[in-house]
Structures are given as structure tokens and as C-alpha cells.
Design a protein around this ligand. Structure first.
Ligand SMILES: [Zn+2]
Length: 404
């Protein structure tokens, strides 16, 4: 195994979350009787370029298949995020109807639809079945993985792109170098590539270990990204931290020398260096804290069960399955998870096989305790569920497991 960016073998394993099935592979009742495949979920640190990455790559065809359950349009926070993001790009880069904007990992077209009222030309590229929702809305879409080959096809048919965006997808691609060649192929000479990915600084600071799952192959800080773009004759011209997905990093990159470099880039690099993110010690310590939080959570849950109370889970996000599987919380402990996403209701969670039911069950059933699986937005969820009539207690599973 080698580093995704620098290709060297100087990798150091610092955390193992065990073998887990893909976090979005929810199961039907019939599927519970069949075999379920699990893959190693271990995290490594590259001592040469400081990238954090998984050691095992699950075949992308398994992860992003026809029945890929993730659907951006169902998430209101994300919808608003896309709206703000695209209007920023339109004004910052003065986009007009002559410009083509490409979104990689375009999903149901939720990001691209914000450009339509501005008459900017749009193209989505995404291999998953969810793209049918974008195609239904008449958005130009190439249903395929993005790489050098797809980029050549896209350029021939649609021309060069002024902007290429990759939100929450740049960490998912397994052949990163082919992806980068594709970006260079498709991008206009003065074009900008903008990516958003989970930020390792926030993951470490907030003990967000449940952000780790097979779809996320890489956990970025700015430094390894600078190295990556350099390898392809490009450079990062701007970088910012954004709150989405528990804390992400957005970088703007262009061909070398085309644009001035914002001072924000140097500032963020200094923050990372000062925080110890280029040193393996911080990762060893993170792993210790993760192990501790697991034991604490297990103890809280077991004590509640022994006292005879019922516990249910709120939400069935992909990251919830990392937490449930790693902490070995099964349906003996959590009776069910409540969800609003139609695709997941009636299914069972991968690994722990906890049933997913409609949210209304929570208000009828009034269980004593509710475990928050989207815990990074705990205050928002607690307020909402109380207003809707839930009267029990809440369990926040991390960073320090707490009952509220
Ligand atoms: Zn490396």
C-alpha cells in the first residue's frame, strides 16, 4: 500500500475501527438472512506528505452503485450550503452565460440547479443512480466516474470548464492521479477547480471518528493538498474553513501563475503546523481518545439498559453506522432508529441490523432515551425534537458521551 498523493510507502497505522460493512449499505429484511461482507477500516498517516488515509479501498462499484442511498436534495442544510456556495462562485469569478460549470459527484443536481437562473451552462458527472433525478430536471449529466477518460469525453461534447466543483467527493476517488489529469484536461486555461472535503483539523479537535468510513479514502489538511496540486502544475490560490459536515476545508486551485495567492493559504498552513498536524503524535493521541470514548459510551448505554429503560437512535446517517459498528451497539441496546429519508425507512442498518422506522414513532412511543447519531448538530436536533413533542432524555455519543 502506498500514499494516494506522494505514492511513497512511509505510512504509519494509528487507528483501527475494525472490519465494517459499507456505511450506506442498508439492508432489506430478506437480506438479513444472507451473508454480509465487511472490510477493514484502518487509518494511516503518511510521514512524507502528512496525508491521512484509509489502508483498504473498497471497490467503488460496490460503494457508489445504482442503489446508492445518499441524496443531497433531502438535506436542507446542504441545499442552503450549495446556494450560498454557488452564488459566491458566480460573483467571485464573474460567471456569465458563456461559461461552463462542471460539478463532479453531482448527485441529484442540487448544487447545479442554483446556476440555472443565472444562465450559466452546467454539466454534472456522477456514476450513481441518484443522477436520474438530475436528468429528470433536464440537467446535462454524464453518468460515470470522473477520470481522464470521462474528462476527454466531456471536453469534446461540452467544451472547457471555467469552474469545476467537487464537494464532498474529492476524498472519495480511488485513482486520484487520473482524477487530477481529468481536471487539467477539462479545465479552461484560466479555470478554477474548487473542492470541499472534511477537514482533519476538525475531525481531530472534535473527536469526530465517525467521519471515518469506506467512502472517505482521504482525510485532508491543507499541506498535502498543496503537494498534490504542485504535482500537476497547479497551485492553491485560496483556502478556507467552512462549517459543513462537522467542519470542512474548501480550496480553490488554478494553473500555476494564473492568479495571485491569497494570504489565507499561508495562514492556514501555519495553523496546521502550530497544531501539530504534521506530526504522528497527534494521531496516536487521537486514537487513544477514540478508544476511551467508545468505552464510556458503552458503559452509559449498558447502565441505562440494566436499569430497564428503552433507548432509540435519532437519524440513520452513514457516519452513524461507523459509530454503531465500532462501539458494537446492536438492536439489543438500540430498539430502532428514526429517520425522515424514505430510502432508509423499513431497512436495517449495515452490521448491527437495527431497524429504521419513521420519525413519528418517537413521539408515539416516547422512549426514555434517544441517542443522537448526527451529534455534531446536537443542539439543533434537541430543540427540534423537543418542539415536536419528544419528552425523554438525549444521549450525545461524542466527544465526551453525555446525557442531557
Ligand atoms: Zn504521502
Amino acid at each position: 500500500m502506498s500514499c494516494f498523493i506522494c505514492k511513497k510507502n512511509n505510512l504509519f497505522k494509528f487507528l483501527s475501527l475494525g472490519h465494517q460493512p459499507p456505511s450506506d449499505a442498508f439492508l432489506s429484511k430478506e437480506a438479513l438472512e444472507k451473508e454480509e461482507i465487511a472490510y477493514p477500516l484502518d487509518l494511516f498517516f503518511c510521514k512524507d506528505c502528512y496525508l491521512v488515509q484509509l489502508g483498504f479501498v473498497v471497490d467503488p462499484k460496490i460503494l457508489f452503485s445504482e442503489d446508492y442511498a445518499y441524496n443531497s436534495g433531502t438535506n436542507q442544510t446542504l441545499k442552503q450550503h450549495f446556494k450560498d456556495f454557488t452564488s459566491k462562485l458566480i460573483s467571485k469569478y464573474k460567471l456569465t452565460e458563456k461559461d461552463l460549470v462542471v460539478d463532479i459527484g453531482s448527485n441529484d443536481g442540487s448544487l447545479l440547479e442554483n446556476y440555472i437562473s443565472h444562465n450559466v451552462k452546467i454539466l454534472g458527472i456522477d456514476p450513481s443512480g441518484v443522477t436520474r433525478l438530475a436528468i429528470k430536471k433536464n440537467q446535462s449529466t454524464i453518468v460515470d466516474f470522473f477520470n481522464e477518460k470521462t474528462a476527454i469525453i466531456a471536453t469534446k461534447k461540452y467544451g472547457k470548464a471555467k469552474i469545476i466543483t467537487a464537494t464532498n467527493v474529492f476524498a472519495h476517488v480511488d485513482d486520484l492521479h487520473s482524477f487530477m489529469n481529468g481536471v487539467k484536461e477539462l479545465l479552461a486555461d484560466d479555470g478554477i477547480f474548487v473542492s470541499e472535503s472534511g477537514y482533519t483539523y476538525d475531525m481531530i479537535e472534535g473527536l469526530q471518528y465517525d467521519f471515518i468510513y469506506h467512502e472517505h479514502l482521504r482525510y485532508y489538511t491543507l499541506k498535502p493538498l498543496v503537494t498534490l496540486f504542485e504535482l500537476f502544475g497547479m497551485e492553491i490560490i485560496d483556502a478556507e474553513r467552512i462549517p459543513i459536515h462537522g467542519g470542512s476545508i474548501r480550496v480553490h486551485a488554478a494553473m500555476r501563475g494564473k492568479y495571485p495567492i491569497s494570504s489565507a493559504v499561508e495562514k492556514l498552513l501555519e495553523l496546521e503546523k502550530g497544531s501539530g498536524l504534521y506530526d504522528e503524535k497527534i494521531y496516536i493521541n487521537f486514537a487513544k481518545e477514540v478508544e476511551k470514548t467508545k468505552l464510556n459510551l458503552q458503559q452509559i448505554l449498558v447502565d441505562i439498559k440494566i436499569a430497564g429503560h428503552k433507548i432509540v437512535g435519532i437519524g440513520a446517517p452513514a457516519k452513524g453506522n461507523t459509530l454503531l459498528n465500532y462501539c458494537q451497539i446492536d438492536s439489543q441496546i438500540i430498539s430502532y432508529l428514526v429517520e425522515t429519508s424514505e430510502r432508509k425507512i423499513g431497512q436495517f442498518t449495515p452490521g448491527m441490523h437495527i431497524p429504521v422506522v419513521e420519525e413519528s414513532h418517537l413521539f408515539k412511543d416516547q422512549p426514555g432515551y434517544a441517542l443522537l447519531l448526527s451529534w455534531t448538530i446536537a443542539p439543533i436536533l434537541i430543540k427540534k425534537l423537543k418542539e415536536k413533542g419528544y419528552g425523554g432524555k438525549f444521549i450525545v455519543p461524542a466527544p465526551k458521551p453525555t446525557i442531557l
